[in-house]
Design a protein around this ligand. Structure first.
Ligand SMILES: NC(=O)c1ccc[n+]([C@@H]2O[C@H](COP(=O)([O-])OP(=O)(O)OC[C@H]3O[C@@H](n4cnc5c(N)ncnc54)[C@H](O)[C@@H]3O)[C@@H](O)[C@H]2O)c1
Length: 253
C-alpha cells in the first residue's frame, strides 16, 4: 500500500520540471493526479508517460478566477474528492535595478505566485477534509532578499504569509498548509534566472557562482524537490503545519 493510496492531488504548474517530477513521485505512492498548466499541448506531453487511469489534465491560468474554479471542478468531477493541492505554478519575473524595474513584471509575477496560490486555496479547500495537505512552492527567494529580484522575491515571501494564515484557519479541519523552499534546481527555469544574473556579476558564470554558495556544491535535481512534496502530501508529516521546509543543499544555512 502506497503512502498516498487513491488520494487525489492537484498539481498546478504540473507540466513543468518540479511539477512533473512531483506527479511521478505521488503516482508511485498510489495517488491520482490532476496536472494543471497553461498549455494543453504541454500537458499532453507531460501526461504521455503517465498512467491514464490515474492522471487527468486541465489547461488553466491559475491567476484567473473562472479557470481556477474550472480546474477544481475537473478534479471533483473525475474523482469526487481533493486531498492534496500543490501550488507550484511559477514564472521568474524580471531582474534589474529598482529605478528601472518594470511595473508590469511585478504584476505578472504576483498574478501567478500570489493570486494563483490564493485562488487555488480558495476554491479547493472547501472540498478538502481530514488529512488534507496544501503545499505552496515558494523558494529560498522567499526567505531572503536578492538585489534586482524584486518581483520574484517579494512574491515568494508573500506566499509564506498566505501559508501561515491559512494553516491557522484550517488546522481545526485536520488540513495542513506548508511551504517548501527549494534552492537552485537544475532545470531551464533556474537557467533563465541565472542568465539574468550574469550581467549583474560582470558577465560571469552565475551557475558556477551559485554552486560555490551551496554547501552541497550543486543544484538540486527536480526529483529531490519532489520527495519533499511527497513528505508533506503524506501522513509522514501528520504534525507538520505552518512550516517552511527548506530544500536547498545548505544554501541559506
Ligand atoms: N527551478 C528552481 O530553481 C526553483 C527554485 C525554487 C523554487 N522554484 C519554484 O518552483 C515552481 C516550479 O518551477 P520549475 O522550476 O518546475 O519551473 P517550470 O518553468 O518548469 O515550471 C513552472 C510551470 O508553471 C507553469 N505556469 C506558469 N504560469 C502559469 C499560470 N498562470 N497558470 C498555470 N501554470 C502556469 C509553467 O507553464 C510551467 O509549466 C515555481 O513556483 C518556481 O518559482 C523553482
Amino acid at each position: 500500500m502506497g503512502l498516498l493510496e487513491d488520494r487525489v492531488c492537484i498539481i498546478a504548474g504540473g507540466a513543468g520540471s518540479i511539477g512533473l517530477a512531483s506527479a511521478r513521485a505521488l503516482l508511485a505512492e498510489g495517488a491520482r493526479v490532476l496536472l494543471v498548466d497553461l498549455n494543453a499541448g504541454d500537458l499532453a506531453t507531460a501526461a504521455a508517460g503517465l498512467d491514464p487511469d490515474r492522471v487527468a489534465v486541465q489547461a488553466a491560468d491559475v491567476g484567473d478566477v473562472e479557470q481556477s474554479i474550472a480546474y477544481v471542478s475537473a478534479a471533483m468531477a473525475r474523482w469526487g474528492r481533493i486531498d492534496v493541492l500543490f501550488c507550484n505554478a511559477g514564472n521568474s519575473g524580471a531582474i534589474g535595478g529598482i529605478e528601472d524595474y518594470p511595473v508590469e513584471a511585478m504584476d505578472a509575477t504576483y498574478r501567478v505566485h500570489v493570486r494563483g496560490a490564493f485562488l487555488g486555496c480558495k476554491y479547493a479547500l472547501p472540498h478538502m477534509g481530514q488529512g488534507g495537505s496544501v503545499i505552496i512552492n515558494s523558494s529560498v527567494a522567499g526567505l531572503g532578499g536578492s538585489p534586482g529580484v524584486y518581483a520574484y522575491c517579494t512574491a515568494k515571501h508573500a506566499q509564506t504569509g498566505l501559508m501561515r494564515s491559512l494553516a491557522k484557519e484550517v488546522a481545526a479541519r485536520g488540513i495542513s498548509v506548508n511551504t517548501i523552499h527549494p534552492g537552485p534546481v537544475d532545470n531551464s527555469f533556474q537557467t533563465a534566472i541565472e542568465d539574468g544574473f550574469s550581467p549583474l556579476i560582470g558577465g560571469g558564470d552565475a551557475t558556477a557562482l551559485m554552486n560555490s554558495m551551496i554547501p552541497l556544491g550543486r543544484h538540486a535535481a527536480p526529483e529531490e524537490i519532489a520527495r519533499s512534496v511527497l513528505y508533506l502530501a503524506s501522513d509522514m508529516s501528520s504534525f507538520v503545519t505552518g512550516s517552511q521546509l527548506v530544500v536547498d543543499g545548505g544554501f541559506t544555512a
